[in-house]
Write a protein that binds this ligand. Structure first.
Ligand code: UDX
Length: 429
């Protein structure tokens, strides 16, 4: 490994490992650092600690190009571009917690030969502050737009690559652009603050789209329309587009909740009340709870009722439980006196830790046996293949609340169950 020809990756979490493995796949030497010695030791043994499709194969195939270290000196010796991929979780106040970013910055040298490339999602203004502190360290804002479950494909086929830098740091911005060039996506060269805002605004806009369609769904329920049809009709307008218009029981995960609150706080810190985003967040909180009303409409009181949750993860193809709608749902159901059974094909282990009073089952049919209602929480493909006719015979009350509008209402109803979707009052029996 030649001196400073490697790509440095700091923080080997989900973003860091995907970034490291994908840069290695493109033929780069990569030196990746994490402070967690056990994690680094596991990676050196070839173990991949994250559930992300295609990642383990990529890590294995590029073993020779991936070096895992715990000491910053080893990164600084080998790499000029240092991709910062540490996490920035929300603090109690809603502001992003920058302590891990700070810990990285404190170890860097101000010698004019290295660049910190910020992939961690940070409030706009963070880059300018670091730049002032370490004027001899080049700084590039290069936010990530990866989705869990398709992160490797997203990395390899980016819609765009955002590269924000000050005029004096052109060499570093050019080098980052060069690294991404084989992947194709359009490069956006801009200033640091704008790059930081592109990331925050993109996530806030996507969250807004979902909260918007969720409110349209709620209105559809009042007026007797089907939100799936409405979204289809809206999405064909090229100015609107079809994606992120799936109504359901709300968004969750590691990014949307944290980034929307962080942007709202960022605005608030400057004295600006971001009204729209405040509403977007509130709509999402209320949306997670609307299921309760659908249950009581059919069942009356929920005291002593057995409610089966199909899926717990915040979305399919991940075991991530962060800010999953299921967490609020379980609390509300138990608060109403219901007994909650659940099945998730992948997220059971992390879910058990967060939901100790839930009965975990090893299949959907076993969770549904004797249940007064099924709530589809996560749209795992296997739930579409369930034999609803057989399941209806085993349930105490044959009722499905489809929290993701994932099932075919006609099929479920033909199998003898009552079906409630989200915003689907226009769907006729
Ligand atoms: C998101 C962004 O898409 C990604 O660019 C960013 O880097 C990280 O945050 P991710 O959290 O992996 O990615 O999930 P995503 O697929 O965007 O879904 C987020 C949430 O929105 C999920 O809870 C999902 O169920 C929900 N969702 C998504 C809807 O409710 N309706 C939709 O139409 C789309």
């Amino acid at each position: 490994m030649g001196e400073r020809n490697a790509v440095g990756v700091i923080g080997i979490g989900w973003v860091g490992l995907v970034t490291a493995a994908c840069f290695a796949e493109l033929g780069n030497e990569v030196v990746a650092l994490d402070v967690d010695e056990a994690k680094v030791a596991a990676l050196r043994r070839g173990e991949v600690p994250i559930h992300e499709p295609g990642l383990a194969e990529l890590v294995e195939r590029n073993r020779d190009r991936l070096r895992y270290v715990v000491a910053m000196d080893e990164v600084l010796e080998r790499a000029a571009l240092l991709f910062c991929c540490v996490d920035t979780p929300p603090t109690y106040s809603g502001d992003a917690d920058l302590s891990r970013v700070r810990a990285v910055v404190e170890q860097l040298r101000d010698d004019g030969r290295r660049a910190l490339v910020m992939k961690s999602t940070v409030p706009a203004g963070t880059g300018a502050t670091i730049r002032r502190e370490l004027p001899g360290l080049a700084y590039v804002s290069c936010p990530e737009f990866l989705k869990e479950g398709t992160a490797v494909a997203d990395f390899m086929h980016p819609d765009r690559v955002v590269v924000g830098a000050d005029p004096g740091d052109e060499w570093a911005a050019d080098a980052v652009e060069e690294l991404y060039r084989p992947l194709g996506g359009e490069a956006i060269r801009t200033d640091i603050g704008s790059a930081e805002m592109i990331k925050l605004a993109s996530n806030a806009f996507l969250a807004t789209k979902i909260s918007f369609i969720n409110e349209i769904a709620n209105v559809c329920e009042e007026v007797g329309a089907d939100v799936v049809e409405v979204a289809r009709g809206m999405g064909l307008d090229q100015r609107i587009g079809p994606s992120f218009l799936r109504a359901g029981i709300g968004w969750g995960g590691s990014c949307f909740p944290k980034d929307t609150i962080a942007l709202k706080q960022l605005a608030g810190n400057s004295g600006y009340h971001f009204q729209l985003l405040t509403a977007v967040i509130e709509v999402n909180e209320l949306q997670k709870r609307r299921v309760i009303g659908k249950l009581t409409k059919h069942l009356g009181s929920l005291v002593g009722k057995r409610i089966a949750l199909l899926g717990l993860a915040f979305k399919p193809d991940t075991d991530d439980m962060r800010e999953a709608s299921s967490l609020v749902l379980v609390a509300r159901l138990q608060g109403e006196g219901a007994q909650v059974a659940a099945y998730d094909p992948v997220a059971e282990d992390p879910a058990r830790e967060l939901l100790p009073t839930v009965e975990f089952c090893d299949s959907a049919p076993s969770a549904l046996a004797g249940a007064d209602a099924a709530i589809l929480v996560t749209e795992w493909p296997e739930f579409r293949d369930l034999d609803w006719g057989e399941i209806a015979k085993t349930m105490a009350t044959p009722l499905v609340v489809d929290g993701r509008n994932f099932l075919d209402p006609a099929t479920v109803r033909a199998a003898g169950l009552a079906y409630e979707g989200i915003g689907r009052n226009g769907v006729i029996d």
